[in-house]
Design a protein around this ligand. Structure first.
Ligand code: ATP
Ligand code: MG
Length: 578
């Protein structure tokens, strides 16, 4: 499996041309099931389905807009901040076709966040909607590289190209690009409005498309993804065309177990690399259908209803989502088509996987990876799942546990999770942190890229996550990973969620402190008594030295936008109060 995956990389590679357009050909030749390539729904019952051919046609039109109306050159950078609307997928493919560098951002960004991203990425173009356009306008004058703005909206906005209108213009005739360009620079929009209203009566689907995909080198930068910012400011990770375009085939084939008959739904926000992983590259590499529900907010019942109403076969979500789903009465829903469930982004605790299995009959196949990588470890279909383990290394990488000197540690010993990068850096790995050579260099040790996560491998070759290196607690000479303590805490009936960090202690240096969100039924219980009960429970469930000497009840845990627990915030709070 490993050797097959590591066969030579072509000199030129472009996912749009070499993968998507190939599926179009297969589709036309009737050599693929009749599944759509893309299937979008929203809460109002609206629905949109595109074949690979339609996806190709529409994305080529979008590509023309980027090159002509927005005057973007290959290598220019495009920030894309949109919710789960179809245009988000078109923008992804249009950037591939034009060789422009995509930088996705979440719609939850504030004006300050947008300024940080525009300035630090030196973006030339931004694509967003009505909600965020005012924030962009408020900071645009401070962003010298930004020269074009596209809005996805029913309404026009001064200084912005309107994507929906431009699509009609470009779809009518490539020559209309001149009109489109004038739209962007128009001081008076009334003339353009008049032209566009005339054009809007034309059926754009009948129009021709014409765009030649650029010939990108496999090692040319394709996209910049920002990390989740769990341990500080998000880092900008640069990925080449082969990195995700080819590398994510391990996710699609082995972890997600996708075929062209599958319908895959991944719930992650459009701002994260996880969306590129599971809502773009992995399913489309396999010719599967990308399903999406434009849910503005997380609603467990909508997720459960969608899984039962639509023929979704593969479901991917974050551990926090599964945790909330199992708190509902799932048994009344029937997931007729669902056959494979996966989770990644954080450890998923065995209590959640067990509840999900009891209620649905399906296992959750945990995967482990980073914005910097494709799948590092995973539980693959057909493999025995060891609850709590991240599974085995993906065929993309040589994954090892290494010590402080970069030596490989034997099974059973805890160390840093590393990916071998010498003599050859694998292509499913980012190339560098943008404009941060020292940070990039700090990830290398000996022959390895150091993930920043601690773990160990058991004698069967399964990997076990211990903690982010920063989260490890050193108490009286013991090294304690928060994950195991949180697992034990979460098994107590009073605990809805927990986070464990170090807290200063005059004798032990640090002790384990647990922040606990209580289940509603327990909020009125005697708190001192409950703390003792919880501590006793942990002592019995895991090695007693790990029990939390301090316990604090809180209303909610601090989380990143993507729902990960920010232990560093809790830790900072602890250490400031010394
Ligand atoms: P930042 O790098 O900005 O602090 P982040 O590391 O959370 O944020 P991501 O790249 O989104 O940003 O997340 C990757 C990290 O998520 C991994 O390094 C690991 O700590 C954690 N992670 C991902 N999957 C798993 C998993 N299955 N089990 C445990 N941890 C996981
Ligand atoms: Mg990280």
């Amino acid at each position: 499996m490993k050797q097959d995956f590591k066969l030579g990389i072509p000199e030129y590679f472009n996912f749009a041309k070499d993968v998507l357009d190939q599926w179009t050909d297969k589709e036309k030749a009737g050599k693929k099931p009749s599944n759509p390539a893309f299937w979008w729904i929203n809460r109002n019952g609206e629905e949109m389905r595109w074949s690979f051919e339609e996806l190709g046609s529409l994305s080529r039109k979008f590509a023309n807009i980027l090159s002509e109306a927005c005057s973007l050159q290959r290598g220019d950078r495009v920030i894309l901040i949109l919710p789960r609307v179809p245009e988000w997928w078109l923008a992804n493919v249009a950037c591939l076709r034009t060789g422009t560098v995509l930088i996705p951002g979440t719609t939850q960004l504030t004006q300050k966040d947008i300024l940080y991203r525009l300035q630090s990425s030196k973006a030339n173009c931004i694509i967003t909607n009505d909600v965020l356009a005012p924030a962009v306008d408020a900071v645009a004058s401070k962003c010298e590289n930004l020269h074009s703005k596209l809005i996805v909206s029913e309404n026009s906005r001064e200084g912005w190209g309107n994507l929906k209108e431009l699509m009609k213009v470009f779809l009518c005739h490539p020559g209309w690009s001149t009109v489109a360009r004038s739209w962007l620079t128009a001081t008076s929009t009334s003339l353009v409005q008049a032209i566009l209203s005339l054009l809007s009566s034309w059926d754009y689907r009948h129009a021709s498309d014409s765009h030649t995909c650029v010939k990108t080198k496999h090692n040319e930068i394709m996209a910049i993804f920002l990390t989740s910012g769990t341990s500080g400011y998000p880092k900008m990770t640069a990925h080449t065309h082969s990195s995700f375009g080819l590398g994510l085939s391990v996710n699609g084939r082995f972890w997600l177990d996708l075929t062209p008959s599958d319908v895959m739904w991944n719930t992650s926000d459009t701002g994260w690399a996880k969306s590129a992983w599971s809502s773009v590259f992995s399913p489309w590499i396999q010719g599967a259908c990308v399903f999406t529900h434009h849910l503005p907010r997380f609603e467990p019942t909508s997720i459960l209803q969608t899984l039962s109403k639509y023929p979704i076969t593969v479901f991917c979500s974050a551990p926090t989502v599964y945790r909330m789903l199992v708190q509902n009465d799932i048994t009344s829903y029937k997931f007729k088509s669902l056959k494979h469930c996966v989770s990644a982004g954080e450890p998923i605790t065995p209590d959640v996987t067990e509840k999900w299995r009891n209620k649905t009959g399906l296992d959750i196949y945990e995967g482990y990876g980073q914005t910097e990588t494709v799948l590092i470890c995973g539980n693959f279909k057909g493999m025995k799942i060891k609850p709590g383990s991240m599974g085995k290394p993906s065929p993309a990488f040589d994954v090892k546990i290494v010590d402080v000197n970069g030596n490989v540690l034997p099974p059973g010993q805890e160390g840093d999770i590393g990916i071998q990068v010498l003599p050859n850096r694998p292509f499913g790995l980012f190339t560098h942190y943008v404009d941060n050579p020292s940070k990039t260099a700090s990830t290398l040790r000996g022959n390895f890229y150091i993930t920043g996560d601690r773990g160990y491998m058991d004698k069967d070759g399964y990997f076990w996550f211990v903690a982010r290196a920063d989260d490890v607690i050193l108490s009286s000479g013991y090294r304690i990973g928060p994950f195991e303590v949180e697992n034990a805490l979460n098994e107590h009936p009073s605990v809805a969620e927990s986070a464990v960090v170090s807290s200063p202690d005059p004798i032990r240096g640090e002790v384990v402190k647990a922040f606990v969100v209580l289940n509603p039924d327990y909020k009125s219980h005697d708190q001192e008594q409950l703390i003792k009960e919880i501590q006793e429970h942990v002592k019995k469930t895991t090695a007693p030295y790990k029990y939390p000497r301090k316990v604090e009840f809180i209303q909610e845990l601090p989380k990143t936008i993507s729902g990960k627990t920010k232990r560093n915030e809790l830790r900072k709070k602890e250490w400031k109060t010394i």
